[in-house]
Ligand binder design. Structure first.
Ligand code: AMP
Ligand code: ZN
Length: 139
């Protein structure tokens, strides 16, 4: 369940040192080396999954509760007032390490803008067509 050339497999296994803030038999949570804000953390499963599409479902069910615990600890300890959960799938979505992970990004009052976009203005017909395309592809 590990991938030989995967850096996050090695970090999760403790073979490469990291600033670990939480560990159990299934996950390691580390500080991101290039933090978007102070405390930016990554939740890594110890087993390898490329992305959310291949993530084991039982494991997936544990990810959000763990993210909430980490976020609460950040609010208590770092003085942030909120946090973003970010999870990238695929190169076009900004994924650079192809081992599933969730970013927990503390947000501070008056901190910089991030995780934002310019809202589009699709027509009602375009919206309905888009919704139908996705509905028809659901498995
Ligand atoms: P993503 O772009 O969603 O794939 O996120 C990958 C994240 O991993 C980036 O935020 C990097 O800063 C972070 N990262 C890459 N290598 C390491 C490492 N060795 N230790 C900690 N964080 C890392
Ligand atoms: Zn891996």
């Amino acid at each position: 369940m590990k991938k030989d050339d995967c850096i996050f497999c090695k970090i999760a296994a403790g073979e490469i040192p990291s600033n670990t803030i939480y560990e159990d038999s299934e996950f390691r949570v580390i500080l991101d080396l290039g933090p978007a804000s102070t405390g930016h953390a990554l939740i890594l499963p110890k087993n390898h999954y490329d992305d959310v599409c291949t993530l084991d479902r039982d494991l997936a069910a544990k990810v959000l509760p763990l993210a909430a615990r980490i976020g609460e600890a950040m609010k208590k300890s770092l003085g942030c007032t909120g946090f973003n959960l970010v999870q990238n799938n695929g190169r076009s979505a900004g994924q650079t390490v192809f081992h599933f992970h969730v970013h927990v990004i503390p947000r501070y009052e008056d901190g910089p803008d991030m995780v934002s976009w310019t809202p589009g203005k699709p027509t009602a017909e375009e919206m309905a067509q888009t919704a139908e395309k996705i509905r028809s592809a659901l498995v």
